[in-house]
Design a protein around this ligand. Structure first.
Ligand SMILES: NC(=O)c1ccc[n+]([C@@H]2O[C@H](COP(=O)([O-])OP(=O)(O)OC[C@H]3O[C@@H](n4cnc5c(N)ncnc54)[C@H](OP(=O)(O)O)[C@@H]3O)[C@@H](O)[C@H]2O)c1
Length: 346
């Protein structure tokens, strides 16, 4: 493809309070940078929008550094090398990397993987065959310790992590109950992902419905959201239950606000103690990076055999990135949220 004359990029303009607003990001146009020795210039084709991005907008201690003001917003991308002074990559190579919210990126090869172009749609490397799929696979198998016949509950059930967790759970012989926002998402999870049940967390009687759908209690709760879903799951946890603590998206836009009602920490701890619950938080590449090869061989095998269904919510145009992130945080995405930046991405 012909190279553009300029690079469009979103930088962090202002740290948000609550939900990111129109002045959180600023769209700029700059020259396309030239790679120095040891670097390559990448054309970003697909951009991934993920819940973790909200945390990087806040200037607080976390597992990763925040994005600095006036710096390009971070983001996973599927990109192609357009110019290389890097010994391991040549012009035309496809990679999965952290190219950020921009048309072009410079890379020294850090956090960059060659893209296997025989794996179906290239954008899947941002979802089922990438970080979210790996997060699902590792959290369920390593922390969830699934045993055939057990009951698994997972929320954000139509997203890339939740949908993979539930489907892997089915392949491993579990009874899988999803939780999702609305009847349309729930119907999709049962019909296409093969979940045994899926409960709408916005329903007035959500707690009762969840209890009815888990008559033998819950052995594994794959925690993606926190909030009301966690409250409903807690009394249903069985003796020896496991909780892979993957995310708490219900708190991402209000991390500094005290929660409503009385402090329930003591009750939660008592339940964990009495039921001998194992809770383990994890950050996928930090904790399980050494298993990436095992994940890829098992997951790409399942994908090739048609055993896993994958749902993407894709739109065109880099300029949609800020709104697309808000959609993910509000639950308005239906499937893995991806932006196709270029017209000739395929
Ligand atoms: N630990 C790690 O290394 C790691 C890596 C990747 C992802 N994660 C975490 O995994 C979780 C899922 O990520 P994803 O990429 O698969 O996201 P996703 O499912 O595509 O999007 C997030 C979904 O969360 C649900 N949600 C938002 N607010 C909610 C609320 N208040 N209560 C209940 N559900 C709510 C919405 O689905 P509904 O409309 O269905 O409710 C929304 O679509 C996130 O918490 C993310 O931070 C962790």
């Amino acid at each position: 493809m012909a190279q553009d004359a300029t690079n469009r990029r979103f930088v962090l303009n202002k740290r948000p309070t609550g939900e990111p607003s129109p002045d959180t990001f600023r769209l700029e146009t700059t020259d396309i940078p030239a790679p120095a020795e040891g670097q390559m210039l990448l054309r970003n084709h697909y951009l991934s929008l993920d819940p973790y991005m909200r945390g990087r907008l806040d200037d607080r201690k976390s597992y990763a550094e925040p994005v600095a003001l006036n710096e390009v917003m971070i983001g996973g991308t599927v990109s192609q090398v357009v110019d290389s002074r890097h010994p391991d990559y040549a012009k035309g190579d496809w990679v999965v990397t952290t190219g950020g919210w921009q048309d072009y990126a410079l890379s020294d090869g850090a956090l960059t993987f060659p893209l296997k172009t025989d794996m179906g749609n290239k954008s899947w490397a941002l979802g089922i065959l990438g970080m979210p799929g790996f997060t699902a696979w590792a959290g369920l198998t390593q922390i969830g310790q699934p045993k055939e016949g057990e009951t698994l509950v997972v929320a954000a059930a139509t997203g890339p992590v939740g949908s993979a967790v539930g489907q892997i759970g089915k392949l491993l012989g579990l009874r899988v109950v999803g939780v999702a926002g609305g009847p349309e998402k729930c119907a999709y999870a049962m019909e296409n992902f093969g979940f045994d049940a899926c409960i709408d967390h916005k329903a007035a009687d959500f707690e009762e419905q969840l209890a009815k759908a888990t008559p033998d209690g819950i052995d594994i709760y794959f925690e993606n959201v926190g909030g009301r879903v966690f409250d409903a799951v807690l009394p249903l946890l069985n003796m020896g239950a496991r909780i892979p603590l993957c995310g708490t998206i219900a708190t991402y836009n209000n991390a500094d606000e005290p929660s409503e009602g009385r402090d329930r920490t003591g009750l939660v701890m008592a339940k964990f103690l009495q039921s001998r619950v194992t809770v383990r938080g994890y950050i996928i590449f930090d904790d399980f990076g050494h298993l990436y090869g095992d994940f890829m061989s098992q997951m790409s095998g399942w994908v090739a055999e048609g055993k896993l269904h994958y749902l993407e919510h894709m739109t065109d145009g880099l300029e949609d990135a800020p709104e697309a992130l808000n959609q993910v945080l509000r639950g308005e995405n239906f499937g893995k949220r991806v932006i196709r930046i270029t017209e000739d991405a395929a």
